[in-house]
Design a protein around this ligand. Structure first.
Ligand code: AP5
Ligand code: MG
Ligand code: ZN
Length: 216
């Protein structure tokens, strides 16, 4: 199954995609995670992307699309993928359709996780991420067993640099201006599955499963 997972910053895309990928046996491809891995490794792509990410702005479309085109061509995407965080602009959505057509693929569903803006700030400011395996926690909603340590691998938990209050505000503005029009875009194509993301992590997952015709 070829799936796009959309939603505002902090909606729970990464949290849901992790579990969905395991259940569907397809890779979870997060553009944000790929950029952060490149920043950590100090690559040229990482240095360029960091200029935008640190402010909460979007990395230019051509940079992002070049990166994702290569990723989708990898063998592990042959039986499907969950694309988390792309497209974020109409230009990217059109480019994605062209890339997929070139590869003889098409999207099956676009899952949009809907969460009221005022809840997102609380979700983002309480988020902690494992430095080692990227597992995501929340200080109140989904705390690790041992404070500051990842349950999965024992790695150190940290706060993302773009989860500061000022950068969160810009990310939300950017989302509303540049990414939210994609909801109508995919609705018009008959691909949109809207999910109420303002419920527990497990209930969101159950709704996504039902919407995708999965028995989980
Ligand atoms: P990216 O890393 O994708 O950030 P984002 O879209 O802002 O989304 P987040 O990862 O912050 O949130 P999420 O929806 O994954 O939520 P999570 O599951 O962690 O992108 C970062 C940056 O990279 C962008 O700003 C941009 O600069 C650049 N970029 C990326 N893609 C790009 C593109 N296509 N084009 C150009 N630039 C691009 O959950 C959040 C918190 O809430 C966690 O603490 C979690 O535990 C908690 N939580 C999750 N679900 C629930 C729930 N149901 N109830 C309560 N708490 C919950
Ligand atoms: Mg994420
Ligand atoms: Zn970990």
């Amino acid at each position: 199954m070829n799936i796009v997972l959309m939603g505002p910053p902090g909606a729970g895309k990464g949290t849901q995609a992790e579990v969905m990928a395991r259940k569907l046996f397809v890779p979870h491809i997060s553009t944000g995670d790929i950029f952060r891995a490149n920043i950590k490794a100090g690559t040229e792509l990482g240095q360029l992307a960091n200029q935008y990410i640190s402010k909460g702005d979007l990395v230019p479309d051509e940079v992002t699309m070049g990166m994702i085109k290569d990723r989708l061509a990898e063998e592990d995407c042959a039986n499907g993928f969950i694309l988390d965080g792309l497209p974020r602009t109409i230009v990217q959505a059109d480019a994605l359709a062209a890339v997929l057509e070139e590869q003889g693929k098409k999207l099956d569903k676009v899952v949009n996780i809907d969460v009221p803006i005022e809840k997102l700030i609380e979700r983002l400011s309480g988020r902690r991420v494992c430095r080692n395996c990227s597992q995501t926690y929340h200080l109140q909603n989904n705390p690790p067993t041992e404070a500051g340590r990842c349950d999965e691998c024992g790695g150190e938990l940290y706060q993302r640099a773009d989860d500061s209050e000022e950068t969160i505000k810009n990310r939300l503005d950017v989302y509303l201006a540049q990414s939210s029009p994609l909801i109508e875009y995919y609705e018009a194509k008959g691909l949109l599955l809207s999910i109420d993301g303002d419920q527990s992590i497990n209930n969101v997952l159950a709704d996504v499963g039902r919407g995708l015709g999965q028995n989980w």
